[in-house]
Design a protein. Sequence first.
Length: 194
Amino acid sequence: MGVGRTAPELMGETDVLDLLVRQHHMIAELFEETERSVGLARERAFERLVRLLAVHESAEEEIVHPYVRLKLGGGDGVVDGRLDEERQGKLLLAHLEQLGPDHPDFLRSLRAVRAMILAHAEAEEREEFPVLRARSSEAERRALAAAVKAAEATGPTHPHPGVESATMNLLLGVPLALVDRTRDVIRKLTGKRP
């Protein structure tokens, strides 16, 4: 498995739109891998999926959505719709994470989360990304990609419903990331959910 699959902040894409679309594809692939795997393989795939979704959405909320608000006249409505979807997705993902991959309702819940998350990604690609491409320069998109990667490197690794705005991410993102990353290390060392 390539580094980009486990550490999206290390991906090679230098244009923010290419980066985000590639991550959307990775998310879809990880949903499929989680569904078709069993036992420990399912647990590991699900851990990678949760991490990717958490860092991806946090970075969009901190970097991409505020930039779209600036670039798109009437962008508040578009971005607010995406933020509401992200909040709903985080709620569903947090519930799924609490269930755990061994729970009898896991696969049914996973399919519901996947449908919601992939519809959200399609809405971003349809409503936000074309505007961003049309109203930004290549240099701006490269700078945004670097900012997204930096946010992903330091962002929370688990869903935190209610932390969807740039302000909330900036205020709570680092403390939440520290808690999440500490919890991740404890889990790896003990093999148990803290």
